[in-house]
Design a protein around this ligand. Sequence first.
Ligand SMILES: [Zn+2]
Length: 445
Amino acid sequence: MKILEHAFILTFGNDHQVIEDGAVAYDQNQILGVGNSDQVRQRFPNAERHSANGRVVTPGLINAHMHLYSTFARGITLKDPPPENFVQILERLWWRLDRAFFQEDLYFSALVPLLDAVRGGVTTIIDHHSSPHALGGSLDTLKTAFHKCGLRGCLSYEISDRDGASRRDAAIEENAACLRGLKLHDSRDIAALIGLHASFTLEDGTLLRVSELSKALKCGVHIHVAEDYADLADARKRGFRSVVDRLHRFHLTGPDNIFAHCVHVDDVDIQTLAFTRTNVVHNPRSNMGNAVGCANIETMMREKVHVTLGTDGFSVNPLQDLAVSNILHKHQSKDPRKIYSEIWRILSHNNPALATAVFKQPIGVIEEHAVPDFVIWDYRPPTPITSENTLGHLLFGISNSSVFSTICKGRTLYENRRFTFMDEEEELEIAKRSRELAKSLWERF
Ligand SMILES: [Zn+2]
């Protein structure tokens, strides 16, 4: 049992508090006590004590939509003229990249951003994977990378009809095999959802099969929804009112399901997302980079849609998307009052609620019985910090400071800017091997 004391504890969650000279007692499974440093010390006199020396401590961050495999796109040169629209971005970059992956590439492309996650205080990642030519066992490879870095991961393989029937069937089986394996081993740290690419690359027959699988395995889906107008146009061409309408008719809405993006949704879709309690993931940097539009999260949240935050592979750290979200909606609407309290709710409540549902244990809050995942930020508040102004410190202070220490599952993974589970030589070796693999992948691209 350990105590982390002399910290500004930001608890997050429904009853968010800032505890000055706070402490948290924990073991490998859960948080045992939270409060003032003196009180916690008295309650747990035999615990091993560590001081945060007046730094800020938050729960480990949660990324609700990530593509670990996007690592090898860093610095890549496209072989075609620059894409003019979203579908061309997929065709000229992402679908060419994912087809070039071999099994060994997968491990290193996951390991690199997972190490970034540890360095950045991100302890829970909901990933969405694709590698059609290294498909069987790909989720097991990602699982190995998560175990190596000591983080929590939710896996899914994106099912699509775009690479033909045999790869689609193999993708369905990859998800099913992963889910069956996790049920057998009762894993607390690795979860899985059934991955789907997007409505416009999925035939009705595939949606029907996935819907039946989802029911049989009691497992939700993780899918890109109405990211670009092209997805909406395709759903209409198939005779549906919208993408959300199509997925709803195949019984793929609901609280177990994750819909990334939802940029091209209307009021009726928003009502459907709200009453089915479907999770939406906002990925502002990706949407801006792909020039697909700006999701109307203000209306969604007013209508009680459960909106969460992800990065869509832009980087692994959702704090950067939080910062962009704060300015994007103001810029878009030319109204500086737009979107502030909403992003605080997303970060401190909605992302934790999603992770809690996916991993079936309390995640993303510092309270008794929650999982012991924390970040010690190299940030000592230079202005008063309260439960009312925490977001200001996150946006303009904490997100610009570095991580001093990352603790996940009660285990210190990163301390004083050093990994505890590998030495610098191994870090160098990983970067070197990753560069070699990326170089030969780029030749196949
Ligand atoms: Zn995505």
